[in-house]
Design a protein around this ligand. Structure first.
Ligand code: M6R
Length: 608
């Protein structure tokens, strides 16, 4: 996730900006930059990669000046290169901007600006905004920013400086956090309190639609329309270490709680409600190709393989296309039957998993078209596929994948919708699917609000040596994922099974010491899973069941239940997956495990 810091005061800005950016490194980023007003104009310095690369560049050419802005970028539009790094400057070079978020109508604004003679040096939406502010500038930076933001759709946290107003930083927010730091004769703006905490604990939190103007004599909060509003100054009491994880004790918990926002980001800009379809131009697949496509192979590893299985259920049921899901490590070494009518979809959070990358290369060699559903922009898989869709989950730091999983499922739902509308799905069915998808973030939030109930359930599992996760249909892969999460971070042996398969073997394991976790929403196979629960209970097993709210039948059978809200059957993994993430988390914490960095595991498996 990108980071913003800005400074106006008596001290040299560059080192304050770099220290602030360093404090936000934990959020993940792939390039960094600063813009400092040095009395003669704006000095911009930026670099791809880690902050040390930027520091090295700056070291060769010291930037003097006491007003400036700094940014760490986590790529969403355009690869993580130096030209795409922030700050970006206006056409005349007099204005510099840093930006978190996504300008959704950037392409239409860019088109209009291009027609008026603007040329662009990067592939970013932010540079478009810089040019737009430059066009509006008539002697007042704050008015130019306000005017430009009235034209913008989407989310932003921005900070802007102008060579013509050397004592001013203007910042604004809508949908992306921003706060003002009130120091002693100096003022800051930051997207994250950790960036400024060593200088001041007094902060003003900006709300959506608000702007701030920092000058050498103070700060003024305003809205796009009203030139001054009053805001309270708050005192931060948390320590730095806590703030870097946003107040959460672990990154994994933070990332679990980010899911309502991350799924919104995955869906943003892709849904076409009127047409009941999805706009996915990045896939680079023509309607003609999709008409001729005969089958799909989805390839991935680990958690991404589980989301691929969910995609198989979605695509086959809604788009009526034959789908196979392959472990990338297997696909690459067998002799897969693949031709130019086969679409191979690779799913990967990191975009660097060696087996998935090799599978894609093998598929291309055999003439298939390839598509990537990848989180990390500019990663190798993202670069090598013929087309793709970024997950926009934000950086995932915890080794156990959580928010990337649900964003992968949301991305597969988008792909399914697009393919299904070209084949069998009616516009009305498409709209119903979109409505249900758009409700998912709020439904996840309602589950997260009940996290303490899951924490209580964790006590029932913490002493187990084995656990069994059972689900049917589209919730069978959720059972696999639930089991993987538990074993990864708590080191309890866990298996995921299709519920009906239990009687073909695993039933022998059932006793009063092994928790059996059923994923049992009220879907088309509900009555079948009720029978499976009875089979476990008849053998003295202890059942914890995820059920649909109001399901009294399973409530009476199970030892403990956790209700989830209703949604479409095919979208239920987006809800059922979340309490299972929380369950593993709380079990691991109770067992004293290193949740964010479990033993033997790497975040990105770049070796075979
Ligand atoms: O980055 P990728 O999605 O390609 O990674 C695939 C697996 O290595 C990954 O999902 C792994 O299973 C995680 N530790 C799961 O939590």
């Amino acid at each position: 996730m990108c980071g913003i810091v800005g400074y106006v005061g008596p001290r040299q800005a560059t080192s304050i900006l770099i220290d602030g950016l360093r404090r936000m490194e934990y959020r993940g980023y792939d390039s960094a930059g600063v813009a400092v007003l040095n009395g003669k104009g704006i000095k911009v310095q930026k670099a791809e990669g880690k902050l040390s690369a930027l520091v090295e560049k700056i070291g060769q050419e010291t930037i003097e000046g006491t007003v400036g802005i700094g940014h760490t970028r986590w790529a969403t539009h355009g690869a993580p290169t130096t030209p795409n790094a922030h700050p970006h400057i206006s056409g005349d070079g007099r204005i510099a901007i840093i930006h978190n978020g996504i300008v959704e109508n950037a392409s239409s604004i860019k088109k209009a600006l291009t027609q008026r003679g603007h040329t662009f040096a990067s592939a970013t939406d932010t540079e478009v905004l810089a040019h737009l502010i430059g066009e509006y500038y008539q002697g007042s930076l704050e008015e130019a920013v306000a005017a430009a933001l009235r034209d913008v759709d989407g989310a932003y946290g921005i900070a802007v400086v102008s060579a013509d107003e050397p004592d001013v930083v203007v910042a604004a927010r809508k949908g992306s956090p921003l706060l003002v730091g009130v120091g002693d004769g100096e003022w800051f703006v930051a997207s994250d309190a950790s960036a400024i905490l060593e200088h001041t604990r007094s902060v003003v939190y900006l709300d959506d639609g608000e702007m701030v103007v920092l000058t050498r004599v103070g700060y003024r909060v305003r809205t796009l329309e009203v030139s001054r509003i009053e805001k309270p100054v708050n005192q931060i009491e948390w320590d730095l270490a806590t703030i870097e994880r946003g107040g959460y004790p672990h990154f994994m918990l933070k990332e679990i709680f980010e899911q309502p926002e991350s799924i919104e980001n995955t869906l943003r800009g892709h849904l076409l409600h009127e047409e009941g379809s999805a706009r996915l131009s990045g896939l680079n697949l023509t309607d003609e190709y999709l008409g001729q496509m005969e089958r799909i192979i989805i390839t991935a590893c680990g958690t991404s393989w589980h989301s691929a299985l969910i995609g198989e259920y979605m695509l086959e049921e809604m788009a009526r296309i034959s789908v196979e899901v392959e472990y990338a490590s297997e696909f690459r070494y067998r002799s897969p039957i693949v031709d130019n009518k086969t679409l191979v979809i690779a799913i990967s959070q990191s975009g660097e998993t060696a087996d998935t990358l090799a599978a894609i290369r093998e598929a291309k060699r055999r003439g298939a078209r390839t598509v990537g559903l990848v989180n990390v922009v500019g990663s190798t898989i993202a670069r090598e596929v013929d087309g793709g869709l970024y997950l926009r989950a934000g950086p995932e730091v915890g080794v156990a994948s959580t928010k990337a999983f649900t964003c992968q499922v949301a991305a597969l739902a988008l792909v399914t919708l697009r393919f299904a509308r070209l084949r069998h799905l009616s516009v009305l069915e498409g709209r119903t699917f979109i409505d249900a998808l758009q409700r998912i973030p709020a439904l996840i939030q309602s589950i997260l609000d009940r996290a303490p109930e899951i924490e209580a359930l964790a006590k029932r599992c913490e002493d187990a040596t084995n656990a069994l996760y059972l689900g049917r249909g589209v919730n069978f892969p959720v059972a696999l994922e639930g089991a993987l999460k538990l074993k990864e971070i708590s080191y309890i042996h866990a298996e995921g099974y299709p519920a009906a398969e239990m009687k073909h073997g695993p039933i022998a394991l059932i006793d009063e010491n092994m928790p059996v976790i059923f994923i049992a929403p009220k879907d088309a196979v509900h009555s079948k899973i009720v029978s499976n629960i009875e089979e476990v209970k008849a053998r003295g097993g202890k059942v914890i069941a995820l059920i649909t709210e109001g399901d009294t039948e399973i409530e009476q059978l199970a030892d403990a239940t956790f209700p989830i809200p209703e949604t479409l059957d095919l979208l239920s993994p987006l809800l059922t997956g979340v309490p299972l993430q929380l369950l593993s988390y709380y079990v691991a914490v109770r067992r004293g495990c290193n949740v964010d960095q479990p033993r033997n595991l790497a975040k990105s498996v770049t070796v075979e």
